[in-house]
Ligand binder design. Sequence first.
Ligand code: ADP
Ligand SMILES: O=C(O)C[C@@H](O)[C@H](O)C(=O)COP(=O)(O)O
Length: 334
Amino acid sequence: MTHELLTIGRISVDIYPNDIGVDLEDVTSFGKYLGGSPSNVAVAAARHGRRAGVITRTGDDAFGTYLHRELKKFNVDDTYVTPVKEWPTAVTFCAIKPATDEFPLYFYGRFPTAPDLQIRADELDLEAIREAGIFWSTVTGLCQEPSRTAHIKAHEARPRTGLKEGQFTILDLDYRPMFWASEEEARAEVAKILPHVTVAIGNDKECAVAVGEGTPDEQADRLLAAGVEIAVVKLGPEGVMAKSRTERVVSAPVPVQTVNGLGAGDSFGGAFCHGLLSGWPLAQVLDYANAAGAIVASRLSCADAMPTPDEVTSLLAERGRLVPGQFATEGAAL
Ligand SMILES: Nc1ncnc2c1ncn2[C@@H]1O[C@H](COP(=O)(O)OP(=O)(O)O)[C@@H](O)[C@H]1O
Ligand SMILES: O=C(O)C[C@@H](O)[C@H](O)C(=O)COP(=O)(O)O
């Protein structure tokens, strides 16, 4: 199977509160969901009809079984999801406090390591990585060995110069401070991957870790100077800005009632991939992904909340931002 999108990195069981607006110590019941940013991105793209797969590791346990079941349910290829014996599947709790726009994450089963940080270079199917329409990795995957070397090897196997028309290599600048000794350490690792990347996506804080403090424009310019073709700066409820060598595109906020800001970035990412694969102009890709992010921000969970194309276009239509025929997918690039 050739994947339209192949992601690599973490997977977890998200254990998210059913109680909204309270700190974790006051939560009385939780729901259980597939989670982990690059896995969510694969789910999001599959919801838009794309052939998506993920390279990751679970523990050899019941939560691992659950995650396989969920990936299959969402139509994500789990061929490259294998168990490690030594570590249990990671779980992630959060608190949901929309009134103050706070959604703190609490990672368990990631210290000193997690199964998905045990991905080894010698286990990779480099042919599948080379052939994928889009290959998506995250900065968190670089935080520890052997995952770090595996990520570098995967990227080296897919050099920018070897990409075919319509192929993209995306780095999600995703930065979780608890997994790093310092921002400088993360920046040094990002610098090793960037030469292979054609699209970099991050929020303003993540861009600062990757290429230093600055305005979104300055950060995008630095990413372009590092050789990427498209630099995307996500701005949460403020929308998104992207730059290529020839254009600067802003997609204005798509207002929604925020429930849980977590997962919006992954929804954005999966929808962004769908837009690139469809060959849409950058402005159109950004509007679509912006609305897809907003939808997940207005819902409780991450993977289970990923929207379908109809849900995205309906929201844009409701906001008076849909040009009829604009988001046709017939002309898929691959
Ligand atoms: N509360 C919100 N209201 C409307 N759109 C949102 C909201 N939160 C996120 N989005 C959309 O989703 C995108 C990604 O969300 P963001 O929070 O910036 O990413 P991340 O989760 O990676 O930090 C934003 O750029 C925006 O397009
Ligand atoms: O993996 C994580 O970082 C946390 C997960 O609980 C969650 O599923 C997630 O990935 C949220 O990512 P975001 O889209 O960057 O908010």
